[in-house]
Design a protein around this ligand. Structure first.
Ligand code: ADP
Ligand code: ASP
Ligand code: MG
Length: 403
């Protein structure tokens, strides 16, 4: 039995026409005699009638303080709707198929509503249905706790469902179908010169996902790495394009004699909707409130601590809770709203001299104010004002010749 796991994202199943294209892809594989497990997302993006955001708004529309348990239940309906429709459509094409919810597929999670982790997959039911010659369609983004509570895996989590199922079924490859030709050097919606990468390694794509590139869920990459699964990112509407392969191999490393750092960088990712906070405080006082910040679920990013001042970045939606804490401790602070984080990623960052200098030069040439930086062994992040984000991405993309 050669099992292929495929995942189709929201835009791939947003309309009858797109679902027909999905059916064509499934039929091609079926005709080759492969056993297929297909993971689906909810239909369409924000604004679409059965999209995850629409379901959330339905629930919050009657009570903004909806409990996480009920929110997870309503969110899980999106994938059930798309999965049942796709299954019916396949049957209409004469392909035998069965739809399973996360729970019916044996996907067990911890009880952390809205951001749960898969703790186990019991694939017996999947094997049974495959054994009967059926295409098995599974709702992505959801699972069940041992006690039967429905949970969701965090926004964008259908990728994670697909890769975890692939790992449970001991697959070597998982195919992720989306609305772009593959992983690109930047989000093509923001950077017109972004180009598709043939290949990228787990670490780099994890950093991209972690730094805001929504094309793949970071946890899906972690699971793929742990199972040595090659991910193939492909375009549902352009399936003959080879797409991007993600695996553990070393990336291509080309050194240009004149300018050594060229071709050692891989991509630029971005996150908008963040705020910069600067707090004037002595070390001991700030250490005390760190616990309070953490228990309120506020995560601090780009942390720069100086003796007299602490600077860091948080998501906009946590701003009110953070300022309440700072006020309660009578701390002197400044907030800069509407910022964005733009991150350059490259696994050869360490050991490549002058990367930061090139970034600073590129941003200054583009007349962009650099508010703060942070780095790791394969990333350099720059905080800029949101109005400058697009230009900053373009300037860095061009400076490192990613196009
Ligand atoms: P799906 O619904 O298929 O899961 P997503 O919206 O989650 O699709 O992811 C695909 C989108 O990711 C693309 O439409 C693109 O705008 C965005 N994206 C962000 N960064 C990148 C990147 N580096 N390469 C490709 N796509 C990216
Ligand atoms: N439908 C879910 C979301 O919009 C999961 C996914 O699309 O991966 O976040
Ligand atoms: Mg997605």
């Amino acid at each position: 039995m050669t099992i292929v796991v495929q995942k189709f994202g929201g835009t791939s199943v947003e309309s009858n026409e797109k679902m027909q294209q999905v059916c064509n892809i499934i039929k091609d594989y079926k005709d080759k005699g492969l056993d297929l497990v297909v993971v689906v997302s909810a239909m369409g993006r924000k604004g679409a009638p059965y999209a995850t955001d629409t379901l959330i708004n339905l629930c919050k529309g009657v009570n903004d303080d909806s409990s996480k348990r009920e929110l997870d239940l309503i969110m899980s309906c999106g994938e059930i709707i798309s999965g049942t429709i796709l299954t019916n459509m396949l049957k209409g094409y004469g392909i035998d198929a069965v739809f399973l919810t996360g729970s019916q597929a044996g996907i067990y999670t911890d009880g952390n509503f809205s951001d749960s982790r898969i703790v186990d997959i019991k694939p017996e039911r999947i094997y049974k249905e495959l054994g009967e010659g059926k295409v098995v369609i599974i709702a992505g983004f959801q699972g069940t706790t041992e006690s039967g509570e429905v949970t969701t895996l965090g926004r964008g989590g259908s990728d994670t469902s697909a890769v975890a199922i692939g790992k449970a079924l001991e697959c070597k490859n998982v195919e992720i179908y989306t609305d772009v030709d593959g992983i690109m050097t930047a989000d093509p919606r923001v950077e017109p010169e972004a180009k598709v990468l043939d290949y990228i390694n787990y670490e780099e794509v994890f950093q991209m996902a972690d730094k805001g590139a929504k094309v793949i869920h970071p946890r899906a990459v972690e699971i793929a790495k742990s199972g040595a699964i090659t991910l193939n990112i492909k375009n549902t509407l352009n399936p003959s394009h080879p797409g991007t392969k993600i695996s553990g191999m070393s990336p291509k490393f080309e050194v240009n004699k004149e300018e050594k750092s060229i071709n050692t960088m891989t991509a630029v990712a971005h996150t908008s909707g963040v705020a910069q906070i600067k707090v004037k405080s002595r070390e001991d006082i700030f250490t005390d409130i760190m616990d309070e910040i953490e228990t309120n679920g506020i995560s601090l990013d780009m942390i720069n601590f100086f003796i007299e001042e602490k600077a860091f970045v948080i998501d906009h939606d946590k701003l009110n809770s953070l300022t309440e804490i700072l006020k309660a401790h009578k701390l002197d602070y400044k907030v800069k709203e509407n910022c964005a984080k733009v991150t350059l990623i490259g696994s050869k960052m360490t050991g490549t001299p002058g990367v930061m200098a090139k970034i600073v030069r590129a941003l200054s040439k583009a007349k962009i104010n650099l508010l703060q930086t942070s780095d790791s062994n394969m990333t350099i992040s720059c905080l800029v004002e949101e109005k400058d984000m697009k230009n900053a991405i373009h300037a860095i993309h061009e400076e490192f010749k990613l196009n």
